[in-house]
Design a protein around this ligand. Sequence first.
Ligand code: C5P
Length: 222
Amino acid sequence: RFAGQVTLDGPSGTGKSSVARAAATRLGAAYLDTGAMYRAATVAVLDAGVDPEDAEAVARVVAAARIEVGTTAATERVEVDGTDVAERIRGAEVTRNVSAVSAVPAVRRQLVDQQRDLVAAADAVVVEGRDIGTVVLPGATVKIYLTAAPEARAQRRAAQLGLTTPEEVAALAADLRRRDECDSSRADSPLRPAADAVVVDSTDLDREAVVDRVVDLALAAA
Ligand code: C5P
């Protein structure tokens, strides 16, 4: 049985979440979605009526918020101060503002500490995010960086959301580009592959093939 830490980083729309969940299930491992934590922090910021670009105010609100996420692949549990926000964190307003919130260093320090505590409690875990292999768990058993061509990512996201018109797909592609640009260019923990990460390009692979590759890499490294 697998024991260790698998990190799965990469930009939005690569199928990271569904791959991470499926791999965790097959490995009998816990699963941590760190993006859900930054999204939950964004809910707290929006509900406080604070400007997401106001780093000081954002840090203050998030420091006072109790953010809780589950660590099993089967069910998603995301709460802010005891309120279930699992659906809300996937909404457009949160998605639009999450990159600004997650660029605030104090927010990152707080959530990274929490992520390390959650990971320490599991003997086998798959953790997905942007900076897991580079910052959160530099000593992980196996690090994977999942990429895909921008057009493939926009198409996939559109299919997920049930959007079909060329205008809708183009708007989505623009939003993905903006978020990736923001995540890759921020000063604190930018999105990039760790030096020792295996880069997997999912443009021409179906989900099962990517899951197989992740599971094989994990078992080979353990
Ligand atoms: O993965 P997901 O799309 O849910 O992540 C939402 C946002 O949270 C990302 O665009 C990024 O700004 C932020 N994030 C981050 N570091 C992580 C995970 C997510 O900055 N480890």
